[in-house]
Design a protein around this ligand. Structure first.
Ligand code: AMP
Length: 456
């Protein structure tokens, strides 16, 4: 129970108001260590309640030792603007019975306005690294009073190319501080450097390894012949599967936009989210998705980390993600806080090696799903090797009864009894052979983190 953790009364009151009574495992382990002021290195699964695991000890510390005239006393670094908003919200909710103020420094918002906000000296700053460095460069803030530094989703920040910014920020913080680093995996390349430079004799808490994660998510694959076939499968699933909110991942912005356009053309309530949209559009889209105006969001990996949206019970990987960690984060958008969810990945010939690598990495064997009328000619690499005829030799099955159709989701627009749409792409000649140069080989799917800026 939270009241056994000796947290400040005002925080217990807030937890009570939020109806949170029992700490999650990561909170149970991390909060006492963090309250003792020790450096912490935590690997915990996404959706495990890790935000409160660092926000509560920060608030407790700031309350125990008030310093009204000081500048920022805690800095929380996160990889994306969306995650920053979520962390900010938790700071406000958990601190709702205190006078502790939080401020946000993220890209896509006015620099001048942020400067004005900084002049009000919020005790907690939540920031994305790029914009924070701009403020450091322009000397609009300093960290002389900083007591706690949190690096949240550190693996993701490194993957996004923020390693220099991270080290720069760590160096701008006083040496006498507490540092807590949270990461889904502690194996990310470059993480050792950050740990060496930013943490001092940290207590290491490994709550979950990727292999142990997500037992509450049903993981399936569905074979496809090519992109058109995937589009037909997607349309079918969005029209016939039973779900409250679905999140569809594509690997590129172009594909996300394209899918959104096609699905809207079929009158499906679909939104899109990727890094090319400006902040206002992104916020609006998230709001529409949260409030159920859109039941489906098509997104790039921008949405894979940290986003906590209630009620996502279906994740569809239109393309296999490029590595195992991205897969874990994508499917982690469902099955949060012990809810159940399903994750379905579409696998073409060019996704196969990634799929095999991800199965190995997560120690999971994905169940195969088939949709009558949309069964792929592609059956896996063995048949490919056999002969060119193999892929095309079987007659395409005729659309039959829909095994999966249940309750319809889109009200009047749902077409549950409609037979599965015909796949336009079943060209036996092309089936299962096309390779997309941008996608990886088996070696590439070996989950080392390439040092690159991600363009989600
Ligand atoms: P996080 O891993 O921080 O993104 O949290 C995932 C979800 O778990 C959020 O919606 C939190 O509100 C929720 N949560 C956090 N702590 C608890 C708790 N002790 N009991 C139940 N839900 C929680």
């Amino acid at each position: 129970m939270f009241n056994e953790l000796a947290l400040n009364e005002r925080l217990l009151k807030a937890l009570d108001k939020l109806e949170l009574t029992k700490p999650t495992p990561v909170q149970q382990k991390a909060i006492p260590v963090a309250m003792a002021g020790k450096d912490l290195l935590v690997s915990a699964r996404t959706g495990s309640g890790k935000t409160a695991a660092f926000v509560l000890p920060i608030l407790h510390r700031l309350l125990a030792n008030e310093a009204p005239q000081s500048g920022a006393r805690a800095l929380i670094l996160v990889p994306t603007r969306e995650l920053a908003r979520q962390v900010m919200k938790q700071c406000e909710q958990l601190g709702s019975f205190t006078f502790i103020k939080s401020g946000m420094i993220i890209g896509g918002e006015g620099f001048k306005e942020q400067r004005a906000m900084l002049r009000k000296n919020p005790e907690i700053l939540i920031a994305t690294p790029g914009r924070l460095v701009e403020h450091l460069d322009s000397e609009s803030l300093d960290f002389n009073d900083l007591e706690v530094l949190v690096l949240d989703e550190a693996d993701r920040m490194l993957e996004m190319g923020f390693s220099e910014d991270l080290l720069r920020i760590c160096n701008a913080c006083p040496g006498e501080r507490q540092t807590m680093l949270f990461s889904a995996t502690l194996k990310r390349r470059g993480l050792d450097d950050v740990i060496d430079q930013a943490l001092e004799k940290p207590k290491s808490l490994i709550l979950d390894t990727p292999r142990k994660q997500h037992t509450d998510i049903k993981q399936q694959i569905i074979l496809a012949d090519d992109t058109d076939h995937k589009i037909a499968l997607l349309e079918y699933m969005l029209q016939n599967d039973e779900f409250d909110k679905a999140l569809v991942f594509s690997n590129t912005r172009d594909m996300a936009d394209r899918l959104c356009g096609i699905m809207r053309g079929k009158s499906l309530p679909v939104g899109v989210l990727h890094g090319e949209m400006d902040q206002r559009e992104r916020n609006q889209m998230m709001q529409h998705y949260r409030d159920g105006h859109y039941k489906v969001l098509i997104a790039t990996d921008l949405a894979a980390r940290g986003l906590d949206i209630k009620g996502i019970d279906l994740v569809i990987n239109f393309e296999m993600p490029r590595n195992g960690d991205d897969y874990i984060h994508r499917i982690g958008r469902t099955g949060r806080a012990d809810a159940e969810g399903a994750a379905i990945s579409m696998v073409c010939a060019y996704d196969w090696n990634l799929k095999a690598g991800i199965e190995k990495y997560t120690n999971t064997r994905f169940a195969k799903r088939q949709i009558e009328g949309l069964i792929a000619n592609f059956k896996g690499p063995k048949k490919l090797k056999a002969s060119g005829k193999a892929a095309g030799s079987k007659k395409k099955k005729v659309a039959g009864k829909n095994k999966t159709a249940g309750k319809k989701i889109f009200g009047k627009k749902s077409v549950g009894k409609k037979p599965a749409p015909k796949s336009k792409q079943h060209d036996p000649k092309s089936s299962g052979r096309r390779r997309d140069a941008s996608l990886s080989s088996a070696e590439d799917s070996g989950f080392a983190s390439p040092k690159r800026k991600k363009t989600t």
